[in-house]
Design a protein around this ligand. Structure first.
Ligand code: FAD
Length: 439
């Protein structure tokens, strides 16, 4: 079968390579030509390329089963499996430490060596259709025909976007981060989870993602509407803010780590779900189907789980022409609920940061249910599969009455040690005026 994959990001390369390994004749088209001869890779149009990424275990699991050579290339390039001891149950791998660029470079170089997979540089202008069936795509004004077209063109693509998404909302959060590397001999800073650290305050959050080989990312998450926190995007202001937050000060101490990028802002972050267009000969996968707020690091796991489900349907003999129907039903059941979950928790987080009191007259969000486990550890049993994404968000529903009782008793979560949002604003404005004065 002739397959045309639109987009050679992580999703497009995985689906393209896996189909090529099944003997199909696959061409994957991307406007990005890949790394240049000197090794640099601008990755225009994929703004998250250099941003903080954490990789859930689903990513390695799908790669090992569906494209083992790429997994080997990724770990060969330094990706570190995060292995934890589970009391009474041995060890468990809970994800991989790696920069996103390291993952994508490993996939790209493996894809270039995969027989049956052709990587082509070009702009996809639109789809070719005949009598309600998609028969290919127009690339740089040239028609290319195929038996199956896979849209893996990501979150900001304009291919095949003739209908509005079924679910959509700006998450209301802005992601401001910077990358660093530990100096030789320096140990990582304080960690409260194997990936790094996560701390919440009364109007912002800070995260550290430890990557491979001492690389790490430091991240502030703030409400987009909070103009007073906007100067964080200046390097000098970001540095001062890091010094003021105990969880970040040790990590970013110039005697222990050096910045490897300027401060980056994560663009307009949206929670989006697009159901399949139910056109014969076409399926959409990855961010082309769903995007969620990045703070939970779900994107690539969701994308690779979709590819896994698609391949399983094909291996079970589904007709490629009408694959979209069972695959669309799978996405509606297993992908859509995560987008709904993010819309609810982000809306609640932004309201909370703007001072709204917890409303106990409505249902509690999954975030609120999980937080209540600090006061009632029985909730942990329900929260674990939710955090691991081994069950859908509804797995927390039985714990809702437990969490509600916790909040009705008057308990509220405490904030991590560090500046309140107002204190952080004072630090930021002091640093911004010094930076202005020095300019
Ligand atoms: C700030 C940020 C942080 C994130 N952090 C995490 C994280 O910690 N963990 C995690 O798992 N996920 C994270 N994600 C999500 C993750 O990056 C995405 O899920 C992932 O990129 C999806 O891969 P994809 O291949 O589907 O799409 P993309 O990576 O967007 O690739 C799509 C490809 O299609 C190409 N393309 C688009 N249109 C055309 C066209 N017309 N012609 C030719 N080519 C085209 C693009 O050039 C691109 O190469 C984050 C996202 C953001 C924005």
């Amino acid at each position: 079968m002739k397959v045309l994959v639109l987009g050679s990001g992580p999703t497009g390369m995985l689906v393209g390579a896996a189909l090529a390994e099944r003997g199909h004749d696959v061409t994957s088209v991307d406007r990005d030509p890949g790394p240049s001869a000197d090794g640099t890779w601008r990755r225009r149009g994929v703004m998250q390329f250099e941003h903080a990424h954490g990789f859930r275990p689903q990513v390695a699991d799908v790669l090992q089963r569906r494209w083992a050579a790429a997994y080997d290339a990724w770990t060969g390039a330094g990706a570190e499996p995060m292995v934890v001891e589970v009391p009474g149950a041995g060890t468990r791998t809970i994800g991989n430490r790696s920069r996103r660029s390291v993952l994508e470079r490993a996939l790209r170089s493996t894809a270039s060596d995969t027989p049956g997979l052709t990587l082509r540089t070009g702009h996809v202008d639109g789809l070719l259709a005949d009598g309600g069936r998609v028969t290919g795509a127009v690339v740089d004004k040239v028609p290319l025909t195929a038996d199956l077209v896979v849209d893996a063109s990501g979150r900001s693509s304009r291919i095949d976007r003739t209908t509005d998404p079924e679910l959509e909302g700006l998450c209301g959060l802005t992601y401001v981060d910077r990358t660093y590397q530990l100096l030789p001999g320096a140990e990582p800073g304080p960690m409260d989870n194997p990936l790094g650290s996560f701390n919440s305050y009364d109007g912002y959050q800070v995260l550290v993602f430890l990557h491979e080989a001492g690389h790490f990312s430091v991240l502030f998450v703030c409400p987009t509407a909070d103009d007073a926190l906007k100067p964080l995007r200046l390097d000098a202001v970001f540095d001062q803010a890091c010094r003021a937050v105990p969880a970040l000060a040790v990590w970013t101490d110039p005697d222990r780590a050096r910045p490897t990028s300027p401060v980056m802002v994560g663009g307009a972050l949206r929670n989006v779900y697009r159901s399949q267009r139910r056109l014969a000969g076409l399926v959409s996968v990855g961010d082309a189907v769903a995007t969620t707020t990045p703070t939970r690091g779900r994107g690539v796991a969701m994308a690779f789980s979709q590819v896994d489900a698609l391949l399983e349907l094909m291996d079970d003999g589904a007709d490629p022409g009408s694959l979209v129907h069972p695959f669309g039903a799978w996405c509606d059941e297993f992908v859509r609920p995560w987008v709904e979950d993010h819309i609810a928790i982000d809306t609640d987080a932004v309201a909370r940061w703007q001072g709204a009191a917890l409303d106990l007259t409505g249902p509690l969000t999954t975030e609120r249910i999980c937080e209540a486990a600090q006061a009632d550890p029985r909730i942990n049993e329900y929260a674990e599969p939710y955090w691991a994404m081994t069950a859908l968000p509804t797995c927390l529903q039985p714990a809702e009455p437990l969490a509600r009782a916790v909040y009705e008793s008057g308990w509220r979560p405490s904030y991590a040690p560090g500046p309140s949002r107002d204190q952080l604003v004072t630090v930021i404005h002091g640093a911004a005026s010094t930076a202005d004065g020095g300019a």
